[in-house]
Design a protein around this ligand. Structure first.
Ligand code: ZN
Length: 229
């Protein structure tokens, strides 16, 4: 579904017909999934922070606090100027709802096609898919919260719980986590990944990779934590 969003739609009406539906089905409509709720229960009593490349708002929906989440790649509920002419990001949730209701033959009416309020040009989903991604006010604030968290927890015992990060965009979470592991001797890394859970040998016993379905692994971890308490 994500790949289909980058089809060269013949009109803006068709493009927004697709994206409003996509955003609704994948981001706006679904409730927090059981896995995310289990994760939240695992960490909620402790200081935690979420760094994610996901854009589906699942962490917020499952109880995680907004000021403890840094979603680096955007959000299905937001739009921006296609050329990034100014750095404001616009909430589009209610617009997408209205588009979904008004769409006919997968196209939204021409009067509903959003236009940039500054340059008058086209608008785009707030997703990092080209060089025009806007890092707006909320994005920069979240980046700052993440830096604060790392600063405050330097030299403390921290678990980097890495979930399903493969080699699509490893420079955002996977490789920085390995760097943190080399710098912070009190950190440990739990890497959960169905196929790519291997960890560098140099990290020794502080790192473990679990090649399994994350739903199953997290349930096992929760069980083990419960027994310890
Ligand atoms: Zn513009």
């Amino acid at each position: 579904m994500y790949s289909a969003g980058f089809y060269p739609y013949p009109t803006e009406e068709a493009k927004w017909g697709y994206w409003s539906r996509h955003a609704y089905v994948n981001g706006i409509e679904p409730e927090g999934l059981p896995l995310y709720k289990t994760l939240y229960n695992l960490v909620k009593e402790k200081p935690y922070f979420v760094l994610t490349t996901n854009v589906d708002h699942q962490f917020q929906k499952s109880g995680f606090a907004e000021h403890c989440i840094f979603a680096t790649q955007g959000d299905y509920g937001e739009i921006q100027c296609k050329r990034g002419c100014h750095d404001t990001v616009y909430d589009a949730v209610s617009m997408f709802r209205q588009m979904n209701q008004a769409a006919r033959d997968c196209c939204v009416p021409g009067c509903m096609v959003p236009k940039c309020p500054v340059c008058g040009g086209k608008m785009e989903m707030h997703l990092r898919c080209d060089g025009y991604f806007v890092e707006g006010e909320a994005w920069n604030r979240a980046a700052e919260y993440y830096r604060d968290f790392l600063r405050e927890n330097r030299n403390k015992k921290v678990v980097l719980l890495e979930l399903g990060v493969g080699f699509n965009t490893p420079v955002i979470i996977r490789l920085p986590f390995e760097k943190l592991m080399r710098e912070q001797r009190n950190y440990s890394l739990v890497r959960l990944n169905l196929n790519e859970a291997f960890v560098p040998e140099s990290l020794g016993e502080r790192a473990v990779g679990i090649n399994a379905d994350i739903v199953k692994s997290i349930a096992d971890i929760q069980l083990a934590v419960g027994k310890e308490q």
